[in-house]
Design a binder for this molecule. Sequence first.
Ligand code: SF4
Ligand code: SF4
Length: 346
Amino acid sequence: MTNLLTHSAPPDNNPTLSPRCPNAPVPEALKPMLAALPQRRFFKLIGGGSLTEADKIASLAKAYALGGADCIDIAPNLAVIEAVDTALNTIPGPRPVLMISLPLDPDPHFRKIELAEPDCIRCGLCLPECPTEAIMLPDALNISQALCYGCGRCVPVCPTDALSLLPFQVDSQIEAALSHPAVQALEIHSHYCDPGMLATFLDRWQALLHDKLIALCFRPEAIPVPQLLDFCRTAQAQSALPILLQIDGAPMSGTEDPEASRPALEAAVWMAKQLASHGGNFPITISGGINTHTAQWLSETRYDFIAGVGMGTMARKAIWNLPKSTAAEAAKQIIGLFKTKSSGLR
Ligand code: SF4
Ligand code: SF4
């Protein structure tokens, strides 16, 4: 199985974790974001774990930062980190927390499309499916690898099976990404939620995790409950900061369908029940299918424990082609829905 660990550290069945000092002060830069969680006002722009078009991500990040986002979550790619950092330095007022996303194991957020050119008949059916306009058909089909984030929408429409998804390898970037001074948080994506693999990862990178907030992103279904709890507690053992859980409903499934975020909402309800009955206490956010309708669902009592959202596809799509002059205002309107309607202060 290809994963970060195979290239960065040998498997270790008995890793020794060194927890952050419980009395260490909370980094100033994290305080506004941490304050947004209990108020249920947390909003994160998901830039895309494998979206590496640096200038585009930097523009999105700036617009959502100006719009009031608490966190900007980007690929573990130095060019993207540098571009976003530079963009965020130009905004007045407090910066959102800069988070990088990493795959612990083969996770769908870290894929790229591959085209078998001889099989492509240039029918163009895949073009309108791509949310990032990565596919172009001037003469031959051209796919921007930097813009592709592996959502898979183009694959099933291809009549000749010319498109397939391959893992996006980030291994060579991880040390530089975690070492970058602008990176204040990391989100660890996992398909299998293996506590031993997580412990080995945290142990391998502990020197670079000091004072970084750790989030875990996973789909809880099909993972045994004791294993899930162990997975979360393994992360908590490494940090005196809260461990954020980002419960993923249907990865990269954003559409305008009012029900698109229902899998994430219901997965969060299920996870919260498991935590409540087993004594776990972690802030829960949701991702996967998040759109503007989600703000309305969050005002329902059933979901009143959810601390906020990470919005990817629909957040990017909303301002993808807007000029800079209007992008920030559009982002502000989207974030405003989550800062008011979904607020526990309603
Ligand atoms: S539709 Fe998704 S998988 Fe296909 S090229 Fe676009 S971003 Fe990549
Ligand atoms: S749908 Fe398939 S055959 Fe048609 S242009 Fe896209 S890759 Fe080529």
